[in-house]
Design a protein around this ligand. Structure first.
Ligand code: ATP
Ligand code: FE2
Length: 324
């Protein structure tokens, strides 16, 4: 079985080819905002302009080796409407052209499934942190149930916003992580956990205020320590509630070494096993869509054309995990 996957919910247009065992090929085109954050229409124009080259390179790989594609998977949502539309149109065209099933994939579920594939985690409590999402989940009765999530903006967005006001280039996450390494002092910042839910927007604002008085490296460090401690607290509680003994970190912010380290310490104290996928599978990538498409196809979950409409607000727990 071999599946083509197309991702393009936000900043990265990525096409990949996977089989049961490995990623055969992946090609990416990254949208970098000229100024500020991601602009949905600009991002979709970027994807439209790059589509021919990205898809073409995968198809050239297939042709040269005389391979057969069994399904075309695409990121159906959640994501930015204009970007989703561009991706869905390309995927439908490919599916019709090659008379091969179409598979609409939930982007969040794909982050989780590729993580499991790459780490071998079986039934973990999941911490999924990215630019648009911050969720703590666990599989129960064939759905990834959301135990806790952000009540306002996601952690990635909070870091990116703060970084932008500091004049750092987008995305700010990696830069803030680097600056935090040279910090000398911890500055107390607002810690907001409400039950199982989290809030990050006050933290982002407070960090911006603090930067007027304190060293930027110290603020970056304190921002990370505060936000990650909040996330670890909720993950720890979800681990206990859901009675799991594994924890897996996924999503773009999962590339942050300090977050992984803090989760690992918590897991050691609780006797749980911690799983961290390789970095290239953390941020948005076509392989995660292709892989999830493959397991969906194997369990018969294909998407008829009339149901292939985009789903900008597609929730993780809307998907029935029939392959579990
Ligand atoms: P989603 O739709 O899943 O929310 P996304 O479009 O936000 O996806 P991802 O690639 O999953 O894309 O996540 C991007 C986020 O990851 C950005 O906010 C970026 O700053 C953050 N990020 C990347 N590397 C790091 C890092 N080392 N530390 C902290 N944040 C990081
Ligand atoms: Fe993502």
């Amino acid at each position: 079985m071999m599946v083509f996957g197309l991702e393009g919910t936000a900043w990265n247009l990525s096409a990949a080819l996977v089989n049961e065992n490995e990623v055969l090929f992946e090609r990416n085109a990254t949208y970098i905002p000229t100024k500020g954050g991601i602009h949905p229409r600009e991002a979709s124009q970027h994807h439209a302009e790059q589509m021919g080259k990205i898809v073409g390179s995968v198809m050239a790989y297939v042709r040269e080796r005389d391979l057969r594609i069994d399904g075309f998977a695409f990121s159906q949502g959640p994501g930015l409407g204009p970007c989703l539309r561009t991706v869905a149109t390309a995927a439908r065209t490919l599916s019709l052209r090659f008379r091969v099933p179409l598979i609409g994939v939930n982007h969040c579920v794909a982050h989780i499934e590729v993580g499991k594939w790459q780490t071998g985690a079986e039934d973990p409590a999941i911490i999924y942190v990215s630019g648009a999402n911050s969720q703590i989940l666990a599989l129960r009765k064939r759905r990834y149930r959301i135990f806790g999530e952000t009540l306002d903006i996601s952690i990635g967005n909070a870091i990116d916003k703060f970084a932008r006001t500091m004049g750092l280039p987008h995305p700010g996450g990696p830069k803030v992580e680097e600056l935090a390494r040279s910090a000398k002092n911890y500055i107390p910042l607002p810690y907001t956990v409400k039950g199982m839910d989290l809030s990050f927007s006050g933290l982002s604002t407070a960090a911006t205020e603090a930067s007027k008085k304190y060293d930027l490296a110290d603020v970056c460090y304190s921002f990370q320590e505060t936000a990650f401690a909040m996330l670890v607290e909720v993950t720890e509680r979800a681990l206990a509630h859901a009675e799991k003994n594994e924890v897996m970190l996924v999503g773009g912010v999962g590339a942050n070494k300090r977050l992984g380290e803090m989760l690992n310490i918590m897991c050691q104290e609780r006797g749980a096993k911690f799983f961290l996928p390789p970095e290239k599978f953390m941020g948005d990538n076509g392989s995660m869509i292709a892989h999830t498409g493959l397991i969906m196809l194997n369990s018969g979950a294909i998407t008829p054309l009339p149901q292939s409409y985009i789903r900008p607000g597609y929730r993780t727990d809307e998907v029935e995990i029939i392959w579990a």
